[in-house]
Design a protein. Sequence first.
Length: 321
Amino acid sequence: MASEIRFHQCSEADILPYFYKWAAAEHWNPGTEGRELVDVFYKSLPRSFYLAIAPDMNDPEKENVVASVCAATYGDEMGWIGFYISSPEHRGKGYGLAIFNHALKVIGNKATVGLDGVLAQVKNYQKSGFTNSVFESQRRAAKIEHFTSRLSNFETFGDTSITSIAEIPFAELDALDAKYSGFRRPTFLRNWIDFHTNKEEYGRFSCAVTENGQLLGYGCVRPAAESFRVGPLFAESPQVAKTILYHLANSVAKALSSPNQIPSTSPVLDLDICAGNANSVSLFDELEIPMSEVTTIRMYKGKQPVVDISGVYAPATYELG
């Protein structure tokens, strides 16, 4: 019974056995070996991860972990729900709703609570007061060589310069992230940038495009359970997005050609593109990058944040915004 469960605030030791393994089993394609979960998500939000634990129906001396959630808070105004998963063998018993409501309680009276909901759960989220936004994500994926061959003309363009995001003042990256996500999260962003900077031996790369000292966009890529995942891909124009995407794909291609340099991962690049941005859809249609069955809708409870989706080609991560 859902009324008999208890909620456990997680330590780092709980992250890989539950959040990583369960997300991988759902084909959410988490980062290789769960490193982003430990080194970014948990490090940034150490008091935000919870498990629901219920008595075993056949053995009163035992307990089972039945559901997970991350109840993140970004500053005083923003909350985010991610990694909301019920263990398959315990679904249909009310455990999922119980831990979801616990997450809302943990987040408290924030002006806004966001999440990226899979289509099957949208109606349930609506019952909890969430409304749809125009931010719909579509997963697009193709072989890395497809990206590099189709984008080879965008190694450079105009008077732009390509640089590591480590060379960009953090305040500029923070401002761009807030513009395209709708909220500020400096601790998360610093850890995300560090995770992708000077980590070539782990297959993680980043780059930024500038023009006359002005930041036009940036992107990151990391190895995951089923592919290499790009996120974010923020850009002021399709040309900037193509340039960033080419350099990320080319960096991965070079790394894959060096034996034993990076973790063994399928030579596929995927992105959860922002389908609400017509330029993003057009770009990936033009590149003939097919869409998979993974689709999510960004939903909010409370005040909808102001988000400039015109520059969002892919968010950092749909798990935590």
